[in-house]
Design a protein around this ligand. Sequence first.
Ligand SMILES: [Zn+2]
Length: 186
Amino acid sequence: MSILAAALVVTIRVYDLFGLSPDTRHEALALAAETLAQAGVQAIIVDCSVGPAMATPCKTGLAEGEIMLRIQRHPKDGAHVLGDAIVRGDAGPNTIATVYAAAIAERSRRTGTRLATIVGRVSAHEIGHLLLGTNVHASHGLMRPSWELQRLDRGDWDFTIEDAATIRRRLQPHEPSRVLAARAES
Ligand SMILES: [Zn+2]
């Protein structure tokens, strides 16, 4: 039981290279964590944004199960792109997601949607790509490809039941390690 529970945790190191205000960043990350919690995944957020408080864990290599969320100004191409994720396929590891804060700020101005809300949703979407192991999109829910930000239905901003199940399954320990753990206990 404890093995399964422990497996459904993901540690997210956040590097804010854009420089959101701390309040906006915290609110956005809380929304992303809440969205993952809806899918049954506990997110441990480690804020590694540049500053005197940069924590020691941020200076070591990524451990297994850790992912990195970068908040940058602009994408290399396509100013309309709000975020992306580097997905190497099912085998992974898939560890780097990026959100583009200048494009998001522009979208926030145009739609009247709070900046923190969009950053949080885009973060959850891109982290979703990492956890799902694919850049393929869903027809509805958080992983749909294009967003009308004024949508108020909560279901538009959560993972679908199917996507949440896939994420949980992928975070479970692999069968052999579960067998080994069971043997070790007996
Ligand atoms: Zn996407």
